[in-house]
Design a protein around this ligand. Sequence first.
Ligand code: ADP
Ligand code: MG
Length: 227
Amino acid sequence: MIHIQNLDFRYPRAAFQLVINDLKIETGEKVAFVGPSGSGKTTLLNLISGITLARSGTIEVAGNHVGSLSDKQRRDFRVAKIGFVFQRFELIEYLNVSDNILFPFLINPSVDCTPEVRHRMMGLADTVGIASLLKRYPRQLSQGEQQRVAICRALILSPPLILADEPTGNLDPANKEIILDLMLSEFEARTRTFVVVTHDQSVAQKCDRMIDFSSFHHQLKTGEAVS
Ligand code: ADP
Ligand code: MG
């Protein structure tokens, strides 16, 4: 599903460098990205989804070379293939909860928002305990409630790849269990791939494999950081 080769990524004018020679994540794998804060976990999710582009190396996702797609192709690829739970949720402030969850349908002309889709939306919202909040706006929600909206949005299209950036970081233990079970139950068919950034051992242990970022990132010395 994901194959990264010879990746060498730096932000302009920053001392951070991410180097990954060869990393493969198979279709159906559940993988936890672990490592210290600032080690590049969010950066790699952005590179995998084409939100950020690398200067050197190749990133292949579901048969697409992310770096060689046009902007439009990359957007279409992202909508069709990836459910992304952002670390900072990135909900749309002017849409209510149900429209935020349905957002992938609103921006994707190739899929219809049918009554079945609305039914699935309500089912997801119910499972994660936000069914009574569908008419509210993001600013009227707690962090944990916003996080659950973001998770429903990532799952609504049943994408083949889920990238979840610390998806349980703002949840109490009971909600954490519910959400983990929901996300993992979506994967029972073994055809979906799940990448989760987490500091939580109980989340990491539910995955097939942990990938530790300690060896991927480097702190460049002053002068080495190029613009
Ligand atoms: P993690 O998710 O593992 O905590 P990040 O991928 O968010 O780490 O960040 C890795 C490093 O890159 C950090 O040192 C961070 O400060 C830096 N960084 C992140 N985004 C940018 C950016 N847009 N410009 C410059 N530096 C950035
Ligand atoms: Mg991060």
